[in-house]
Design a protein. Structure first.
Length: 177
């Protein structure tokens, strides 16, 4: 199996959608647990006899959960379709955005952070996460006046590793010049 060619614009792996959805579902579950705990606390307080309103009704919580999940599904699919990466001789080009699309070209000389990880949900889906930025990881070392450009892509492990090494090679080639 050959690794992905990044000289043409490429989207991340479709499993990025499921990765995003799993994160959204985890957030929704945490939100639901908080609402249930708040409901238990509210029920321990005697409400006035004239009030019949339960602000934390079970049906209301499920409705909000369903709405949040639907929004998450739509955003994940559209977000995946709208995010591409392309490696050029001296730079990385990224187009992204759901509501407004932005096009960014980062020269290899401007890249200060490059990471490759395969943990958490990435292991579950057999993917690797490549993250690169024009600012270092430590916020105390950021350059004043420079807008942070931070991008993350999910690919199959072999393709993510290939992307990481190609960017790393581009950064090394740039330093030699």
């Amino acid at each position: 199996m050959t690794s992905m060619d990044f000289s043409a614009p490429r989207r991340g792996d479709p499993s990025a959608i499921f990765h995003s959805l799993c994160k959204a579902v985890a957030g929704i579950l945490i939100w639901t647990a908080v609402v249930v705990i708040l409901r238990l606390l509210v029920l321990q307080v005697e409400p006035p006899e004239t009030s019949n309103i339960d602000p934390f009704s079970f049906l209301g919580v499920l409705s909000v959960d369903a709405l949040l999940l639907l929004i998450s599904v739509l955003y994940s699919i559209i977000g995946w379709r709208k995010k591409t990466i392309q490696l050029k001789k001296t730079a990385v080009s990224v187009s992204s955005g759901v509501i407004s699309i932005s096009y960014v070209t980062l020269p290899f000389s401007d890249l200060k952070r490059l990471e490759y990880t395969e943990k958490g949900l990435c292991k579950l889906f057999g993917t690797g996460k490549v993250r690169f930025s024009n600012q270092p990881r430590d916020d105390s070392q950021t350059e004043p006046g420079v807008v942070r450009q931070d991008f993350t892509f999910l690919f199959k492990k072999a393709d993510a590793s290939a992307l990481f090494h190609q960017i790393e090679q581009g950064m090394a080639d740039n330093e030699r010049q």
